[in-house]
Ligand binder design. Sequence first.
Ligand code: ADP
Ligand code: ZN
Ligand code: MG
Length: 480
Amino acid sequence: MTYEAVIGLEIHAQLQTQTKIFCGCSTAFGAPPNAHVCPVCLGFPGVLPVLNHDAVDLAIRASMAIGCRVNETSVFARKNYFYPDLPKGYQISQYEQPLASEGHVEFNGPAGPRRVQITRVHMEEDAGKSLHEGFADSDRKTYMDYNRAGTPLIEIVTEPDLRSAGDAAAFFEHLRGILVWLGVNDGNMEEGSLRCDANVSVRPTGTTTLGTKAEVKNLNSFRFLQKAVEYEIERQIDLLKEGGRVRQETRLFDSAAGVTVSMRSKEEAHDYRYFPDPDLPALILDAARIEANRSAMPELPAARRQRFVAGLGLPEYDAAQLTQTRALSDYFEAAVAAGGAPKAVSNWMMGELARSLNESGRDIQASPVTPDKLAGLLALIEQGTISGAIAKGVFETMMATGQEAAAIVSAQGLTQIDDESQIVGLIADVIAKNADAVAGYRAGKTATFGFLVGQVMKAAAGKANPKRVNDLLKRALETI
Ligand code: ADP
Ligand code: ZN
Ligand code: MG
């Protein structure tokens, strides 16, 4: 018997607001512990939460980007449980009436295009952080840092539509790309801004009833998601093959050991006693608010990729590379707007520019060669003022100094030698000095042609127009 895996994801993404969801405290990462706290996010009695509308707008845009219907009415509820990182004793989260419902996402998995239904997007607040120290009973300590408590989150819940660990990881990566593109989330998974719970079950291939699922909590990298799901699928299949049953439970991924371990079973699961938060009115979104967000939406990566292919004639591969981030595609568009030929801009961006930025550890936004300046360099190549080979050197200087290509070319006397009589003179010299190679060529050893071209280019200090050198040399060798 063979088995099929069924996977659904729950993704938590911090919204990039300046302040928390129900108070004015800063959401900045990395402050000293408990620097960004107040009576509201510390859950003091008698305080009142006030909803941050920037968070709502970001959540609306994220929902729209994944094809969801934004609901006119959504309701914040209290999810009650005790934990030291939750000072109020409850988390405020949308429950029965979420912000948005019923979307879908298309992405490329390792084995081809895939589609995942989105069940819902709801808003909630993050909890604080516990820091554990020491192992021996005598010196074990736990510290509480409430800076993160009250940071706005969206939770995106998918239908159980994924069928492999690779698809799950690819979907998560695709979703991250969209959220970062929108400016909704900073994509920083090490800092915990984006994390994922994976629900996994297996069933005999060909059947349609869902098997019992296990949920693996808090996966904060694509690789951990992939590894955890792979492990979980294998564990469950082995269990079934031995005649056992999968228990519905919550598990944790031990990344060092590469295994998932049980945290609590369904029987130990909390009853959260959800009820609408009496301190917060229902969130009512009128059509104008929803429309304002729709028109503020940037063009999404998939649409931009298509436009690059259909409108600018880029190959699919280039378009996919250039739309990996909004900054990359903005750079590309600006260089094309400044007169660069699309494919030439793309080649330079994926080649020299990417390499150079990578070496200097810089983001494209900080590139000394701005889109305008790259277009300027390409124009010099296009006009035949410099050769492609010389252009690489000019580009290096541009990266180092931030100067315009034209200024470097004229200061360093790099203008291409295009003048026929000048090139013919160089060729005559090379032919005179390399009688053997010339004789070889004429005897049919055409491989020596490349050598002779090299000699002419060398004599011209690399500045001769290579096409002209080729043509004129061929003529010289065949006519003399
Ligand atoms: P719960 O009530 O345990 O929270 P939900 O029905 O709310 O479960 O689903 C939570 C997540 O688990 C969703 O992403 C959903 O797609 C996924 N899921 C539900 N049932 C299964 C299953 N049998 N196998 C894999 N994933 C599942
Ligand atoms: Zn606060
Ligand atoms: Mg659920």
